[in-house]
Design a protein around this ligand. Structure first.
Ligand code: MG
Length: 459
C-alpha cells in the first residue's frame, strides 16, 4: 500500500492553495504528526507575510502543543532568520509557514531540524507515515505543551550576518543600494542590515502585503524592471530583489542590468576561492558551467547535486562544504548557515564591492559568458523513467560524457545540456548552454528530437 500513498512534501516542504488543499484543519493534523516526529521537543514557529500565514501558524502551534511540544512563536520573519534562530537557540526543530515565491493564494509548511536546515527526504516520509497511518500521539491534558513568544530573532540574525563581512571596509564606501522585497518579509531584515553597514538605502515594494500587489513574488528578470529603473534613476551602486520569504536574492548592477543568479553566485564563488583555495563548491546540475569554470580557474572543486535547495544543504553538511549556490539566486554560505539566505548574499556582494573597489557591472562582466536556451518536451509521467533509461542507453552508445544525478547532464567540449524530468509537470525540461547562440540552439534541437523520438517509441 505504501507505494500508492500520495506525497505531501514537495521540493521545499508542503505547498497548497489556502482553504482548498491547505486548510487550517490539515495544518493542525500535519502539525500533530510533526510534533509526534519530534517527540515533544522544543519547536520554533515562524511565518512569512502571506495573508493566511497567521491563521495557519495558529493551527500548527495548536497541533504541536497537543503532542506535548513546547512551541516558541517567532512571528513574521524571513525564512533564513527563522532557520538561524533554531540553530542559535538549540531548538529541537522548527516549522515555517511560507510558500516562498508562489502566487498569493498559496501557502506552505516547512519543517526544520535542530540545525535550522530543512529535514531530509527520509524524515519527511516518516512524518507522512505518521499522518496517513494516524499515529499522532496526542498528550494527556496535563502534558499539553506551552505556547510562548520568542521576540528578537531578526536582531540576532542581522548581528550574525555582520560577523561574516568587513564592516569598516564596507562603511567607508557609503554605498547606495535599492532594495526590492516584492512586498515580502525581506523588508524586515535587509534594509536594516544595509543601513547598519553604512549604506544609503532606497526601498521599493517594501510594504509587506500578502496579496503581492507590486510584482510577482519570484524575482525573475521580467519582474524586476521597476527595480532596474530606480537603480538608474537614483544612481545607486546596485539593486537587490528578494523572493517572498527572502532566501533568494537577484542583483541589478549600477547600469540597470539584471543578472540571473548563477552570475552573482559565480562572482561570490570566485572571491571565496581566492581566499579559500581548494574548497568544494556544491551546486545542482541545473547550474551554469560558469560554476565549474570558476572552480577550475581558482583552484576549487565542484560537487553537483539533484535540483533542490534541500539537496544542496544536505550535501554541504555531509561533506562539510562552506559554499553552495543555485541559478535562481540561492546562495548558501556555510560559515553563517548552510541554507539559502538573501540578506547574507547581499552582505557578501557588498563585501566584494568594498574589497575590490570595482563596480558590480565590471565584476560580473569579467566572468565567462554563456548563452542559455531552455525548452520542454511533453511526456506522460508513467513514461518518464523508461524514456530516461533509453536516453542513457543512446548516450552510452554514442560514447558521450554524462552525469545521471538528476536526469541526464551531457558534457561537451564547450557546451552542455541537461535533460531532466519535471517533478511537478508531465514534461522533460531541457537546459542548453554554450559559448555561442548557434550551438545552444543546435543542442536544444538535437535533444528535443532525440527525446521526442524515444517517447513516440514508448507510447
Ligand atoms: Mg524562497
Amino acid at each position: 500500500m505504501k507505494a500508492l500513498r500520495r506525497r505531501l512534501f514537495g521540493t521545499n516542504g508542503i505547498r497548497g492553495v489556502v482553504n482548498e488543499t491547505l486548510t487550517p484543519k490539515f495544518a493542525l493534523r500535519i502539525a500533530e504528526a510533526i510534533g509526534t516526529f519530534f517527540n515533544g521537543g522544543e519547536i520554533l514557529l515562524g511565518y512569512d507575510g502571506r495573508t493566511s500565514s497567521p491563521a495557519l501558524a495558529s493551527a500548527v502551534a495548536s497541533g504541536l502543543a497537543a503532542t506535548s511540544c513546547k512551541v516558541y512563536v517567532a512571528g513574521m520573519a524571513p525564512t533564513p532568520a527563522i532557520q538561524y534562530a533554531v540553530k542559535k537557540h538549540g531548538f529541537d526543530g522548527g516549522v515555517i509557514i511560507t510558500a516562498s515565491h508562489n502566487p498569493p493564494e498559496y501557502n506552505g509548511i516547512k519543517v526544520l531540524g535542530n540545525d535550522g536546515v530543512e529535514i531530509s527526504r527520509k524524515q519527511e516520509i516518516e512524518i507522512e507515515e505518521i499522518y496517513f497511518e494516524e499515529r499522532q500521539k496526542r498528550a494527556e491534558w496535563s502534558r499539553v505543551g506551552e505556547i510562548k513568544e520568542l521576540p528578537g530573532i531578526i536582531d540576532d540574525y542581522i548581528e550574525a550576518i555582520k560577523t561574516h563581512v568587513n564592516i569598516e571596509r564596507i562603511k567607508k564606501k557609503n554605498f547606495q543600494v535599492v532594495v526590492d522585497p516584492g512586498n515580502g518579509v525581506g523588508a524586515l531584515a535587509a534594509p536594516r542590515l544595509l543601513r547598519e553597514l553604512g549604506c544609503k538605502v532606497f526601498t521599493i515594494n517594501a510594504n509587506i502585503d500578502g496579496t503581492f500587489p507590486s510584482r510577482p513574488s519570484e524575482p525573475k528578470p521580467e519582474n524586476l524592471t521597476d527595480l532596474a529603473a530606480v537603480v538608474k534613476a537614483v544612481k545607486a551602486d546596485f539593486g537587490v530583489a528578494y523572493d517572498g520569504d527572502a532566501d533568494r536574492a537577484i542583483f541589478v548592477d549600477e547600469n540597470g542590468t539584471i543578472h540571473w543568479g548563477d552570475r552573482s553566485f559565480a562572482l561570490i564563488e570566485k572571491e571565496f576561492l581566492k581566499e579559500n583555495p581548494g574548497e568544494t563548491i556544491v551546486t545542482p546540475v541545473s547550474s551554469s558551467s560558469l560554476v565549474k569554470d570558476i572552480a577550475e580557474a581558482y583552484n576549487g572543486k565542484v560537487v553537483w547535486t539533484r535540483v533542490g535547495s534541500v539537496d544542496v544543504s544536505h550535501k554541504m553538511k555531509e561533506i562539510n562544504a562552506k559554499l553552495g549556490g543555485e541559478e535562481n539566486g540561492g546562495v548558501f554560505y556555510g560559515p553563517h548557515q548552510p541554507v539559502r539566505d538573501g540578506a547574507m548574499t547581499t552582505a557578501l556582494i557588498l563585501d566584494i564591492l568594498a574589497k575590490t573597489g570595482k563596480k558590480l557591472s565590471e565584476l560580473l562582466n569579467e566572468l565567462p559568458k554563456y548563452f542559455i536556451e531552455k525548452d520542454k518536451v511533453e511526456c506522460p509521467d508513467e513514461l518518464k523513467e523508461k524514456a530516461l533509461e533509453m536516453l542513457y542507453e543512446e548516450l552510452r552508445k554514442e560514447n558521450l560524457k554524462f552525469d545521471t544525478i538528476d536526469g541526464a547532464k551531457i558534457w561537451f567540449e564547450d557546451s552542455s545540456i541537461l535533460v531532466r524530468p519535471s517533478g511537478t509537470e508531465p514534461i522533460f525540461r531541457l537546459y542548453a548552454e554554450a559559448k555561442n547562440r548557434e550551438r545552444t540552439s543546435e543542442l536544444i534541437r538535437e535533444y528535443r528530437e532525440k527525446l521526442t523520438e524515444i517517447i513516440k517509441k514508448l507510447a
